[in-house]
Design a protein. Structure first.
Length: 317
């Protein structure tokens, strides 16, 4: 049976295929004969309660000089697709949230949407860690600068994060006595009007921020440790971190075991956990990456394993 797979993503012409996990998924789907339909956020629409889109059929090639071709237009109800990969990168702003409502109507029409639209709304990548406090460093979420200053006074060295970003953008480190602390907090909280996450600084970041991938709650046995460049406290590849492959530790596997059941219950089929030292710091559900790096290091085919899982879901019990 020929399956049809739609993808909602950022412009495909701007990606780096050497490290783009969405591209790996598209290659894997195409390799099994699935037809691909390319869409961006602005292509989605609701009409009289029906989720529809204007897109284009897509072919992909693992060639950094010529990696895609867009062909005939596709203007149809989204319910005609077997699978939709929602792979739009953050920020998770209101436009993103509105798109999940459109995709939820496609889901109601019988399409498998990965990850589940309602769960994309529920599981904020920073806040969802609060459901697993036994795995996390000391953490505060507040928009009150005074409360964050008290947290800093206790822990003396903290990381501050916006709740809707990605790739290390707008992440600050604040230390007790830093004369920039007040302006950092004013910027992060927009003068006490925007929630911000504060976490105790974890010095093990020097060994890397591990990205652990899970497919339907089951972890890939290796992680990509993203090691900060000199002078940085962020390991994100987007800010120059170096990716190193590592086998999951017993603690990593314990963290995966703590979260896996809830991930399955929420139909979060492809998830990336961020672990620094012994601590879970984020649960990435929007567009987790690092497939291509782990495939190269260990001879894996993670995207094909994901497609196997999607095929099993489509076939049903």
């Amino acid at each position: 049976m020929i399956r049809t797979l739609g993808v909602v993503m950022d412009p495909i012409g701007s990606i780096s295929i050497a490290k783009d996990s969405t591209f790996a998924m598209l290659l894997a789907a195409q390799a099994r004969g699935w037809q691909l339909v390319y869409m961006e956020l602005g292509d989605l629409r609701l009409q009289d309660g029906e989720a529809q889109a204007r897109g284009q059929t897509l072919t992909v090639r693992d060639d950094p000089s010529d990696w895609f071709a867009l062909q005939k237009p596709w203007h149809r109800p989204l319910g005609e697709l077997d699978v939709i990969l929602m792979r739009k990168d953050p920020p998770v702003d209101m436009e993103y949230i509105y798109a999940t409502h459109v995709l939820e109507r496609a889901e109601a029409a019988g399409t498998l949407v990965v990850n589940k639209p309602a769960s994309l709304r529920d599981a904020n990548e920073k806040l969802y860690t609060a459901w697993f406090p036994q795995c996390c460093p000391p953490t505060l979420v507040s928009r009150n600068r005074g409360e964050i200053l008290k947290f800093l006074a206790v822990h003396e060295d903290i990381i501050l994060k916006p709740l809707g970003g990605m790739g290390g953008a707008s992440i600050f480190r604040a230390r007790k006595g830093d004369p920039n602390t007040n302006v950092i907090l004013e910027t992060m909280t927009l003068h006490d009007t925007r929630y911000t996450m504060a976490q105790r600084f974890i010095p093990e970041i020097a060994a890397g921020d591990k990205r652990i991938l899970l497919i339907d709650g089951d972890p890939i046995p290796y992680a990509l440790a993203r090691v900060p460049p000199p002078g940085e406290t962020r390991g994100n590849l987007a800010v120059g971190g170096e990716g190193r492959g590592v086998r999951l530790s017993d603690r990593d596997l314990w963290i995966c075991d703590q979260v896996s059941e809830q991930l399955r219950n929420k139909d979060l089929l492809f998830v990336g956990l961020d672990v620094i030292g012994d601590y879970l710091t984020e649960i990435n559900v929007t567009s987790p990456t690092c497939i291509r790096e782990l495939d190269r290091f260990y001879g894996l085919d993670i995207a094909s394993s994901l497609m196997d899982t999607l095929e099993a879901r489509l076939l049903g019990p």
